[in-house]
Design a protein around this ligand. Structure first.
Ligand code: AMP
Length: 190
């Protein structure tokens, strides 16, 4: 099964993705994790990406598309995968459509984790990652609303969007996600 996780920073995508890939036994493709690994390695891509990340801005599409495209050709991705934090722009969504069309492996659904801003701020302030400073958080939320939110319409039109209430304890949120996944499994079984 191929799934996309969309949600603002702090919505719990990372936590819920870990549980979901464990449940479905599919690889977890987090562009945030891939970029942080490139930054830690101090590779040229990492140095460039790191500048955008520390400012709370999106890394340019060509870099992201190249990283994801490379990862998608690896054997473990053939049976499905969970995209976490990708796509984040319409350009990325269209590139993903092209990748999946070539491989004849459509998306099963786009899970949208919904959490109000006040709760996002509280959660991010507690987390303390390098890009979790208040001014960077504000910029990341702005990037989300400006560049990523239009994707919700895009996937709604394709009838792929499944909104999920992301408030409450992680166990409770995961139960909601599981309910959607189990529905999808029935829809997709012959
Ligand atoms: P995340 O771990 O998903 O919150 O991503 C952390 C940071 O990495 C973001 O604030 C962006 O700067 C960058 N990033 C991650 N994924 C993408 C993407 N798909 N497109 C552009 N930038 C990204």
């Amino acid at each position: 099964m191929r799934l996309v996780f969309i949600g603002p920073p702090g919505a719990g995508k990372g936590t819920q993705s870990d549980r979901l890939v464990e449940y479905l036994k599919i690889p977890h493709l987090s562009t945030g994790d891939m970029l942080r690994a490139a930054v830690a390695k101090k590779s040229p891509v990492g140095e460039l990406a790191g500048r955008y990340m520390s400012a709370g801005q999106l890394v340019p599409d060509p870099i992201i598309v190249k990283i994801v495209g490379g990862r998608l050709t690896e054997p473990d991705c053939q049976q499905g995968c969970l995209f976490d934090g990708f796509p984040r722009t319409l350009g990325q969504a269209k590139s993903l459509d092209d990748f999946l069309e070539q491989a004849a492996t459509p998306l099963a659904a786009v899970l949208e984790l919904r959490v109000p801003d006040e709760i996002l701020f509280e959660r991010l302030a507690e987390r303390g990652r390098a890009d979790d400073k208040p001014e960077v958080i504000r910029q990341r939320l702005q990037s989300y609303y400006r560049q990523t939110q239009p994707l919700l319409d895009y996937y709604e039109k394709k009838k792929l969007l499944r909104p999920i209430d992301g408030t409450g304890p992680p166990d409770q949120v995961f139960q909601r996600i599981k309910r959607v996944i189990d529905e999808l499994k029935t829809e997709h079984s012959p």
